[in-house]
Write a protein of this length. Structure first.
Lengths: 296, 115
């Protein structure tokens, strides 16, 4: 028996992420016999990049549960269909339609850590010269910080179905967005796997993960700087970040950090990161190290 | 001894494995009081995992003073320098403060034992 799920409009506001988590939750509550799912887009006239990445991952998630997820392609609004063709989503689901360059930054799946391929994607597809007016040094700095998100997903999430990404350039806002999603155990669950953190709520666990030096990785090596460096970079350079993981949320915007409790306990991590397209927003260029100071 | 990092990492010095590879090369040299110079020419992107393993863990058994004398990293990209500096500060705290290290390692060992 096929279960039909209707997809609403998906924008980049927090409540629209919650629409996606509702869909995920609805699926996790279905009996095994109802896991043949069709997504209906009749009520959807806008599907942002976060929705694209999430729904792509959701198809693989349902498969991992032993079900199937089909997109009712004939219900797609023509504009959304064009967008899904342009960003390669259709291509990845078997349509013979090669993606092309536009404001959508390609949808991609990484089944395992593919450092070179991901960083090439960030540099050449996301931080594209056509819409980003920044120096190569700044481009590299951003790519390095964003890589930390992928590195975390690959190393810590225990995802069995990979990591899903999609981005968007918003020319009027002069912003670049990127969503990165895994359907792993979630950052708070990983943090709570350490005995001393058992009592932490999900927002507290996220705060712990962002604290410099805190890491759930193997002992004996000092680590735990990646998320903190990312946070610092975003705060200094007018970037923003949303992370939904389990039932925790961290938002970084305008230099402020906000932690919140989420209603749905999503098993995985959904990151959306935003950068400005213009170098004038960045402090990096004017921030030179004190070379005379000893390094150690 | 001079090491060309590009030969290990290519353009992207971002992962722990490459960092460990570099550590395995330079640690014996530094222990033997030999001068080590790291040449990052051609490397464009950096992440903390690389520096944690390549440089941060040198502080396990080599003092900061000795590293300042023996390890040279000329012309490092300013952004990479800022990441490295933060990694070193974190490593100094981790390896020099037994209380801090014990606290972190205890929870990590408990975690490992839970499997």
């Amino acid at each position: 028996m096929t279960t039909v799920i209707s997809i609403p409009n998906i924008y980049i506001a927090s409540e629209h992420y919650n629409h996606l988590f509702n869909i995920w939750y609805e699926i996790t509550q279905l009996p095994q016999t109802h896991l043949d799912i069709a997504l209906d887009f009749q009520d959807c006239t806008f599907l942002s990049h976060n929705g694209v990445a999430f729904l792509g991952g959701l198809a693989h998630f349902v498969q991992s549960l032993g079900g199937t997820l089909e997109f009712s392609w004939d219900t797609l609004h023509p504009k959304i269909r064009t967008n899904l063709a342009q960003n390669g989503f259709l291509d990845s689901f078997g349509f013979e339609q090669a993606p092309w360059n536009g404001n959508s930054i390609p949808y991609r799946i990484d089944l395992q850590s593919s450092r070179t391929s991901v960083i090439d994607y960030l540099i050449h597809k996301w931080l594209n010269k056509d819409w980003v007016s920044i120096s190569p040094a700044l481009q590299n700095a951003i790519a390095g910080r964003v890589w930390e998100i992928y590195d975390n997903a690959f190393i810590h999430s225990q995802t069995e179905i990979g990591v899903f990404s999609c981005g968007q350039h918003y020319p009027q806002k002069k912003q670049l967005h990127l969503s990165v999603i895994d359907f792993g155990i979630g950052i708070p669950a990983k943090v709570r796997s350490l005995t001393k953190n058992l009592s932490l709520s999900s927002p507290q666990a996220l705060e712990w993960a962002f604290f410099p030096g805190n890491s759930t990785a193997t002992p004996d090596i000092s680590r735990g700087m990646g998320l903190h460096l990312l946070q610092e970079f975003l705060t200094e350079n007018q970037g923003s970040l949303k992370i939904f993981s389990n039932d925790g949320y961290i938002g970084i915007k305008d230099g402020k950090v906000e932690y919140k409790q989420q209603r749905i306990n999503f098993s995985g991590t959904f990151v959306n990161i935003t950068f400005q397209c213009d170098e004038s927003y960045y402090r990096l260029a004017s921030k030179l190290p004190l070379w005379d100071e000893p390094l150690f | 001894m001079r090491y060309k990092i590009y030969d290990i990492t290519q353009e992207y010095a971002t992962d722990a494995d490459s960092g460990q590879q570099l550590y395995d090369l330079i640690h014996p040299q530094l222990i033997a009081d030999n001068l080590v110079e790291l040449d990052f020419t051609g490397v464009t992107i950096y992440a903390s995992a690389f520096f944690n393993f390549a440089i941060g863990q040198l502080l396990k058994d080599i003092s900061p003073d000795k590293l300042n004398t023996l390890l040279k990293i000329p012309e490092l990209d300013p952004d990479a320098h800022s990441i490295l500096k933060r990694v070193i500060d974190n490593a100094k705290r981790y390896y020099s403060d037994p209380q801090y290290q014990n606290a972190v390692d205890t929870v990590l060992e408990e975690y490992a034992a839970s499997f």
